[in-house]
Write a protein of this length. Structure first.
Length: 359
C-alpha cells in the first residue's frame, strides 16, 4: 500500500500542516513509514460541490451510456468538483458511482411532475392523487433525495403556476421525511413558494421568485437555496420562444431574470444558506462550477462566503466529511487562496480523489 504525503494550508482552518493519505483516508497524525509526497505547498480544499446538476442529461438528448455519463462527470471533476448532487435524471446514472476516478455522486432519482406540466419525457408524470406513492418510489430509488417540480407554465393560464395543492405537498414531503429522504423542488415563480415553504421542503432550486416576504418566511426553517444563476441566464431566450403564444409568461420570465442576482444576494443577506449548483445537463454542459461561483460573487455575495458554500459547507450539508481526521482524501490544491483570487480556480496544482492522484 502506497502512503501519500501532502503539505499545505488546509481550508477552512487556514493551518499549514502535514497530512498523510492512508487507504483513501486523511490522517494528520505523523506517519513514520515511507510516504510519497504529492503536495508540498499551496492552498488545499476538499474540492468543490456542484449541488444541482443532471448526470445523464444533455442539452439535446438523454445520455444513457456509461461512457457519456463518465465524460460529464470527468468534466465536473477536472473543474475541481469532487462531489455532485444529481438533481434528477431520466436515466440510470449509477455507473458513475462505480468508478473511483469520478466524483462522488448523490442521486435524486427522477423528477416528479404532472402530465403536460414539465419538460416532455424528463420526469415521472403523475396526477395529484398519486404523488405520495411516487415520492415513495423515488425515495427508494435515490440516495436520500426526491426531486419535485413545484411550478411550470400552465398553458391555460398563460403563466407559471403551482403544480400541487398545498395540503398534498405537506403529505408528500412529510412522507419523504418519514422515509429518511430530503426533498428538492424546482420552482421559478412566486406563487408556489408559500405552500412549499409551509410544507417543509428541504432545498429550493432556482428560487427566482423569492421576494422579501418569502425570504423572511425561510428564517428558522432550515431550507436552503441553490440559485443556479448561470442557468437562469437562459430565461430571456425562453421568454423569446414563448412570446407570441404566452406574452404574460414571457414578461414574467424576463422579470425573474432581471431580479435574479438581487434576490440571490437578498437570500444570503438574510442568513439563508446558499449552495452552488450549475443545472448542468439541461441547457448547459457539465464542468461549469467555477462559472456559477463567479456569478454568485458578481451578484454581491462575498468571495470567501461563496468559496465556503461551494466546498466544505456544501459537503457538510450533504453529509460528506471535509478535510478532517479520518475523512475521505478528496482534495484540490491551488497556488493561491481562491477566497482572495478566483483566477487560481482555473489552474489547480493537484487533484486527489479517494486517495488517488488524478493526472
Amino acid at each position: 500500500m502506497t502512503v501519500l504525503h501532502a503539505r499545505g494550508i488546509f481550508l477552512p482552518d487556514e493551518r499549514e500542516r502535514d497530512a498523510w493519505i492512508v487507504a483513501g483516508r486523511l490522517t494528520f497524525e505523523r506517519y513514520n513509514g515511507e510516504a510519497q509526497t504529492v503536495v508540498s505547498r499551496g492552498w488545499i480544499l476538499p474540492g468543490f460541490v456542484d449541488a444541482h446538476c443532471h448526470v445523464g442529461l444533455a442539452p439535446d438528448r438523454f445520455v444513457d451510456d456509461s461512457d457519456g455519463q463518465s465524460a460529464q462527470a470527468l468534466a465536473d471533476r477536472d473543474a475541481g468538483a469532487l462531489l455532485l448532487r444529481d438533481a434528477g435524471s431520466p436515466v440510470d446514472n449509477r455507473a458513475v458511482q462505480a468508478r473511483d476516478d469520478l466524483p462522488r455522486l448523490i442521486r435524486a432519482g427522477r423528477h416528479i411532475a404532472r402530465p403536460h406540466r414539465y419538460i416532455r419525457h424528463l420526469g415521472v408524470e403523475v396526477e395529484p392523487e398519486s404523488l405520495v406513492a411516487e415520492v415513495e418510489v423515488q425515495a427508494a430509488r435515490s440516495d436520500g433525495w426526491v426531486k419535485l417540480v413545484g411550478d411550470w407554465i400552465d398553458r391555460a393560464a398563460g403563466d407559471l403556476a403551482p403544480l400541487w395543492p398545498d395540503d398534498l405537498l405537506k403529505s408528500a414531503i412529510g412522507r419523504a421525511h418519514e422515509l429518511g429522504a430530503r426533498v428538492a423542488v424546482h420552482v421559478f415563480g412566486e406563487d408556489a413558494l408559500p405552500g412549499l415553504i409551509a410544507a417543509g421542503v428541504d432545498s429550493i432550486e432556482h428560487g427566482t421568485g423569492l421576494t422579501d416576504d418569502l425570504i423572511a418566511a425561510l428564517d428558522g426553517t432550515g431550507i436552503v437555496v441553490v440559485p443556479t444563476l448561470i442557468n437562469i441566464d437562459n430565461f430571456p431566450g425562453i421568454a423569446a420562444q414563448g412570446e407570441a403564444k404566452y406574452p404574460v409568461y414571457a414578461s414574467h420570465m424576463r422579470a425573474l431574470h432581471a431580479s435574479s442576482r438581487s434576490r440571490a444576494r437578498a437570500v444570503w443577506e438574510a442568513g439563508v444558506p446558499i449552495y452552488v449548483g450549475t443545472d448542468a445537463g439541461g441547457s448547459l454542459l457539465h464542468g461549469l462550477v467555477r462559472d456559477e461561483i463567479r456569478a454568485l460573487v458578481d451578484a454581491g455575495i462575498p468571495q470567501p462566503e461563496v468559496i465556503a458554500a461551494a466546498s466544505w459547507r456544501a459537503r457538510s450539508w450533504l453529509g460528506v466529511p471535509g478535510l478532517e481526521e479520518g475523512g475521505p482524501a478528496d482534495l484540490v490544491v491551488y497556488d493561491a487562496d481562491p477566497r482572495a483570487d478566483l483566477s487560481t480556480m482555473d489552474t489547480p496544482r493537484r487533484i486527489v480523489l479517494r486517495g488517488a492522484v488524478i493526472t
